[in-house]
Design a protein around this ligand. Structure first.
Ligand SMILES: [Cu+2]
Length: 338
């Protein structure tokens, strides 16, 4: 028999499981939580997620609480003898029926959302078509060319960069060249395995542009960055126009100061974007006086296309970027991919 002290220690250790479990949840809530929803049906998926989260949270607290209670209540004690019981039909019926009823409830609750996202017969009409091919280790995209038909000679291809129009139904034909991949758009709550030999259709509709999201996340920093950038360009323009070499020195250092301020504000703005779960590329530093063509633009807020299937040693590299913009901008981008 374990000593009295050991039994107490084990009982208390088990009590830490529900305490840390609930504590980790409370701590992470709102911090490391879902990325912003950019899709038309993301809120439906989120609601299902929260319903299931609450069901499992209640079950977790009850079962862990019971485990702790029984460990403490029936710990080894002097003079008490263990009593063995075997099978209890009413109890077994109850703990089979309760999870069964919950699972049937979830099955019915999710049916319409599942059909909306995954059943091709209930898809909306496509405004924009794209073929997605997963391969070790990149995402390849295929777009219809000028004829509007997929699978013809004038198709346009890109890899890892996908531009789609905002407020449009984007219908994806998903394929895999080699192994199982999984096309995952966390900002749209869309995930679908890509299976070799199969073409699987899915769809999504973006409700905002990535640019608008970036601006919202960057907030004040973005406007201070733009102000610093304006000063920099004015200073640079004066420097460029000035013919007198002696006068150029002070103008150059003024522009350099403005350039440093712009970099600092730009980095602060990037922090804002990061908080929203943005994936951004390394910043371009405004180096005096190399930038000659007009004000440079902030980095675009980009949304990740992930592979959610461990598809080989290079799996971690399999990351695409989704850019949501106006239909006109998408057409312009497609032109550059020809
Ligand atoms: Cu993959």
């Amino acid at each position: 028999m374990a000593s009295r002290r050991d039994s107490m220690i084990w009982g208390l250790l088990f009590m830490l499981v529900p305490i840390f479990g609930v504590g980790a949840f409370v701590f992470s809530y709102g911090r490391w939580w879902l990325p912003p929803n950019l899709g038309s049906y993301g809120d439906k998926v989120d609601n299902l997620f929260y319903v299931i989260l609450w069901i499992t949270a209640v079950a977790f607290v009850i079962t862990e609480g019971a485990l702790f209670f029984f460990l403490l209540r029936y710990r080894g004690q002097e003079g008490k003898k263990a009593q063995y019981s075997h099978s209890n039909r009413p109890l077994e019926i109850v703990w089979t029926i309760i999870p069964g009823v919950i699972l049937i409830f979830i099955a019915f609750a999710q049916k319409s959302t599942w059909d909306h996202i995954k059943d091709p017969s209930s898809f909306p009409e496509a405004d924009f078509q794209v073929g997605v091919l997963g391969r070790q280790f990149e995402w390849s995209f295929q777009f219809p060319g000028d004829d509007g038909q997929m699978g013809t000679d004038d198709d346009i291809y890109s890899s890892n960069n996908l531009h789609v129009p905002v407020n449009s139904n984007v219908v994806v034909s998903l394929e895999s060249l080699d192994v199982l991949h999984s096309f995952f758009l966390p900002h749209f709550r869309l995930k679908q395995d890509a299976v070799p030999g199969m073409t699987i259709p899915v769809w999504f509709k973006a409700t905002r542009t990535t640019r608008s999201l970036w601006e919202e996340g960057a907030g004040e920093e973005l406007s201070s960055w733009q102000a610093a950038e304006d000063i920099y360009h004015d200073a640079w323009k004066k420097w460029n126009d000035e013919k007198d070499t002696a006068a150029k020195g002070p103008l150059k250092s003024a522009a350099e100061d403005a350039s440093r301020a712009a970099v600092a504000a730009f980095e602060a703005a990037s922090e804002g974007a990061h908080l929203l779960g943005a994936l951004t590329f390394p910043p371009k530093r405004p180096e005096f006086p190399r930038i000659k063509e007009g004000p440079w633009r902030p980095r675009e807020y980009r949304v990740e296309i992930a592979c959610a299937e461990l598809c080989g040693l290079g799996h971690y590299r399999m990351r695409g970027m989704l850019i949501i913009e106006s239909a006109a901008d998408v057409s312009k981008w497609l032109e550059t991919q020809k």
